[in-house]
Design a protein around this ligand. Structure first.
Ligand SMILES: Nc1ncnc2c1ncn2[C@@H]1O[C@H](COP(=O)(O)OP(=O)(O)OP(=O)(O)O)[C@@H](O)[C@H]1O
Ligand SMILES: [Mg+2]
Length: 405
């Protein structure tokens, strides 16, 4: 089971053990190998099951639990020990760490804190075995003006990512007032971002996953609220928690952001690995990119995430040249997506993603290659159409466009 950590837990307290189990069961990256309600049996359980992680809840007997940490570290040195307690006593933390615990989690435990600790363990673990990334990659798609193609790119990028068997993808529609990701996927979701935000106090991974709508492409959708006035239920804090939880069980999170550049959109950008800034080659769009980049440039953390995506290249309406556009915005153009009005209208009106409706179309190949470029994958199955697509897009041999036209 690649990229899954096997975990054994011990907690004499039935209620906290059940809670821990339900949190772990919601995580796609962990396999509950064994559970134990008695400290005295746990060393044997670990020796027999050889989990990657031993989790020791300390509160039933902190002293005994600390001894147990030391025993496990001594007997099974390959096993990473995590502990939890509702005490923030520095002495207890110090003793558990000295005994060999790698992470100390505070009860009541937040799923996202556990997930972050597990990711650190996974990184160390993979450092020894392979270099597969286990962290969720967050991609926000933003636009320099309305109708520039943000939702088309976000939805179809999510579907392209989901077509890889080792990916699990969630699409979050953060265009709270007018988002239409559900229409693109022809789905009628039962729950929305507002329902999840409303239940934030009792939200765990199980509930969050139940609130997502699974599309047959593999993409899980969390759509915008149905009622306009419910948009206010989505706060910065609730969104932060929702993103934090989604991160724990998906390999990719794609966010369709609004054109209002609200604090929620900026939270999404802060949380993202990459911010795809979609523009077209006309003056109002390029001028907005310059204005937006002035804001992004204020923070080096944000500035470095931005990737300029030029959409509808080749549209016959007197577009500004790529070279001039690049000079105007003062940045490289990361990707070009061709204009294909016919196919895009069809996929939108039929609610079918590009990968399904027109898998061989140049625009589909372009988005698929964009997904590969963003995830660092090389396209082993690159066929004739792909080569044509790249050549047409002037992307050969580098993925960055030199912007000559
Ligand atoms: N590469 C493309 N070629 C042709 N048409 C496109 C392309 N990308 C998007 N479109 C069309 O542009 C229109 C707007 O696209 P989309 O809804 O994705 O933009 P948006 O930026 O999300 O808009 P909004 O500001 O309303 O959220 C749609 O009709 C879509 O079919
Ligand atoms: Mg949109």
């Amino acid at each position: 089971m690649a990229n899954v950590l096997r975990i054994a837990i011990v907690d004499p307290n039935d209620s906290t053990r059940e809670h821990l189990k339900s949190v772990l069961l919601g995580m796609g990256t962990v396999w509950l190998e064994a559970e134990c309600s008695r400290y005295e049996f746990f060393t044997d359980v670990v020796e027999q099951t050889k989990p990657d992680i031993s989790f020791i809840a300390m509160d039933s007997n902190p002293q005994r639990a600390t001894q147990l940490v030391a025993e496990i570290v001594k007997n099974t040195p390959d096993c990473t020990v995590l502990v939890s307690s509702n005490s923030t006593d520095g002495q207890l933390i110090l003793e558990s760490m000295r005994a060999g615990a790698k992470e100390f989690l505070t009860e009541p435990m937040k799923p996202e804190d556990l997930a972050t600790a597990l990711q650190r363990v996974m990184r160390r673990h993979n450092g020894n075995r392979d270099s597969v990334s286990t962290e969720c990659q967050i991609l926000s798609v933003a636009g320099a003006t309305g109708g520039v193609g943000v939702s088309s790119i976000a939805v179809n990028l999510a579907c392209a990512l989901a077509s890889e068997p080792d990916h699990s993808v969630v699409l979050l529609d953060l265009d709270l007032a007018l988002g239409d990701a559900d229409v693109f996927l022809d789905t009628i979701p039962e729950y929305t971002l507002a329902d999840v935000a409303q239940n934030i106090d009792r939200l765990d991974l199980t509930l969050l996953k139940k609130s997502l709508t699974k599309h047959h492409s593999g993409v899980h959708l969390l759509p915008r609220p149905i009622q306009l006035h419910d948009t206010r239920l989505v706060t910065r804090d609730s969104l932060q928690r929702i993103i934090g939880l989604l991160k724990t069980s998906f390999t990719h999170l794609v966010i369709d952001t609004s054109k209002s550049f609200t604090p929620l959109d900026f939270l999404a950008f802060e949380e993202s690995n990459d911010v795809l800034m979609v523009t077209q080659l006309d003056l109002p769009c390029l001028r907005n990119v310059v204005r937006l980049m002035m804001v992004f440039d204020e923070s080096s953390a944000l500035r470095d995430k931005v990737k300029i995506i030029v959409n509808r290249v080749g549209e016959d309406n007197g577009q500004i040249s790529l070279k001039k556009s690049k000079d105007t915005i003062g940045r490289d153009i990361f990707w070009q997506i061709p204009n294909d009005y016919k196919v895009m209208v069809e996929v939108r009106n039929n609610g079918v993603p590009l990968v399904e409706h027109a898998p061989k179309a140049t625009i589909t190949q372009s988005i698929r290659q964009l997904a590969n470029a963003l995830t660092g994958k090389t396209d082993e199955n690159e066929g004739e159409t792909d080569i044509k697509a790249r050549r047409w897009l002037n992307l050969w041999p580098s993925r960055k466009v030199s912007a000559e036209k």
